[in-house]
Design a protein around this ligand. Sequence first.
Ligand code: HEC
Length: 145
Amino acid sequence: MRLLSGVCGLVMAAAIAAPAIAQQRDEDVIAYRQEIMKTMGAQSTMIGMVLAGMVPDKLLSTHFEVLLQSIRQAKSAFEPNVPGGNALPVVWAKHDDFIAKLNAAEQSIIKAIEISKKDGAGGQSGEAAVDALSCKGCHDVYKKP
Ligand code: HEC
């Protein structure tokens, strides 16, 4: 409840604030991209639960769809050169490679959406999910352990 009213307060404050903040605070830039990553973490957990048969597979493709939007959001959210949080400076030193990894993830997730719509939690969905959830390949290079 406290979190909810905090978030609502933030939205209200933003609504009455002066238009488009010209100067962004580093801590907000970092918090924003971390929230996007947390969304990806939550979707990955749910995908795992569906594939393990713990919950019905009706929503499987929608989890990949949310993941797809998050990956796209990450491309913008990591644009400002703001090292900190758990992001290593190499994110910006090798930004082309960093973005290439996000692009590759995007393509794998698009495939996983198609396959999971067809196969549900069975068929090729497991393999497609492994490809789509190649998070570690980036974290190993670009994120503090
Ligand atoms: C192209 C690189 C890249 C890919 C792909 C990627 N991440 Fe991340 N992730 C990062 C970086 C960099 C950080 C550190 C961000 C920060 O602290 O500023 C991070 C942080 C995180 C965090 C911690 C967020 C927090 O601070 O609480 C989670 C959870 C996470 N990622 C989940 C995922 C999942 C799940 C996937 C795959 C579906 C994924 N990431 C794919 C680069 C990536």
